[in-house]
Design a protein around this ligand. Structure first.
Ligand SMILES: Cc1cc2nc3c(=O)[nH]c(=O)nc-3n(C[C@H](O)[C@H](O)[C@H](O)COP(=O)(O)OP(=O)(O)OC[C@H]3O[C@@H](n4cnc5c(N)ncnc54)[C@H](O)[C@@H]3O)c2cc1C
Length: 260
């Protein structure tokens, strides 16, 4: 049996600037007709842009059966950052990209009484989808450089935080000061990798949470650190799942494999 992951060709139908640092890409076309969502609200795909072989990972902001939306953070410089903003003849609109099979990681236990979501701008698409999919009291901490008051569903309890500077985050410090609700709940967090590593330690050593009670994912690595090796999380994810490892253990394996 082939273990090769499925890939999809998709056309960039439209592009919309949601804010200074967030660009929405709407993908569609015949190549996406067989796309099937995992239904997991933080699901992501690998995006390979024309002329490249490396992928970058993006949350499926929405998929309605014909159009798939990705919200792309545009930061100082980067492969997708630059491609997504090209104007004129090189514009991404009308180009064909490749998407990898979607994967999801959010796994809130059935008995969870509350949900805490923490993330930066790269995590905002997932947090918006998660908020729509759950029916337990949810509190969000969003560290974003832009004003995006309508991005999360109306009525969401959210604390907006400003990043300390471009390409910087202080989410680990924020989480260490959270006043945790009583009882059993679920904690989901994504953003800059060093911040996420600090939080995993905090959750294990100070809060003594079982790994089933949280999901913490490094989505990108700050430019001041050594750059990660380009590691495709797909095979690590599949091998981890096949070995019965928890999502948390799989993300730690991914961080380890990405270390330069
Ligand atoms: C599961 C998963 C889901 C993700 N979902 C999203 C999503 O929905 N939207 C989204 O925008 N991103 C998302 N990301 C993060 C995204 O894959 C990375 O930010 C990616 O590196 C961006 O690619 P790039 O080509 O723009 O920059 P790259 O070419 O990868 O990096 C160039 C430089 O920019 C720095 N850099 C990378 N990302 C950032 C950033 N966000 N802020 C500041 N500096 C940065 C790098 O350190 C590097 O120095 C997700 C990542 C994962 C693993």
């Amino acid at each position: 049996m082939s273990t090769r992951a499925r890939q999809y060709d998709a056309e960039v139908l439209r592009r919309e600037r949601l804010s200074e640092h967030l660009v929405r890409l709407v993908l569609g076309g015949a190549g996406l007709t067989s796309f099937v969502s995992t239904g997991v609200p933080d699901e992501w795909v690998g995006l390979v842009v024309p002329g490249q072989f490396q992928s970058r990972y993006y949350t499926v902001r929405s998929w309605d059966g014909s159009e798939l939306v990705l919200d792309v953070v545009v930061h100082e410089d980067g492969l997708v950052t630059e491609w997504a903003q090209l104007e004129g003849a090189g514009s991404c609109v009308g180009q064909t990209v490749t998407l990898t099979e979607p994967k999801g990681s959010f796994a809130m236990p059935a008995g969870a009484a509350w949900l805490l979501l923490v993330g930066d701008l790269t995590a905002l698409p997932a947090m918006a989808r998660i908020c729509r999919s759950v029916d337990v009291p949810t509190q969000v901490w969003a560290e974003v450089p832009d004003d995006l008051p309508d991005y999360l569903p109306s009525g969401t309890a959210v604390t907006w935080l400003v990043p300390p500077g471009p390409g910087q985050s202080r989410l680990a410090e924020v989480v260490e000061q959270i006043d945790w609700p009583a009882g059993d709940g679920y904690f989901w967090m994504a953003g800059e990798s060093a911040q996420m590593r600090a939080i995993r330690k905090h959750l294990m050593r100070e809060r003594h949470l079982p790994s089933s009670a949280y999901d913490v994912m490094g989505y990108w690595r700050g430019a001041t650190q050594r750059q990660p090796r380009a590691v495709d999380p797909g095979p690590i994810w599949r091998a981890g799942k096949a070995a019965g490892r928890s999502d948390e253990q799989i993300w730690a394996d991914y961080d380890e494999a990405s270390k330069a």
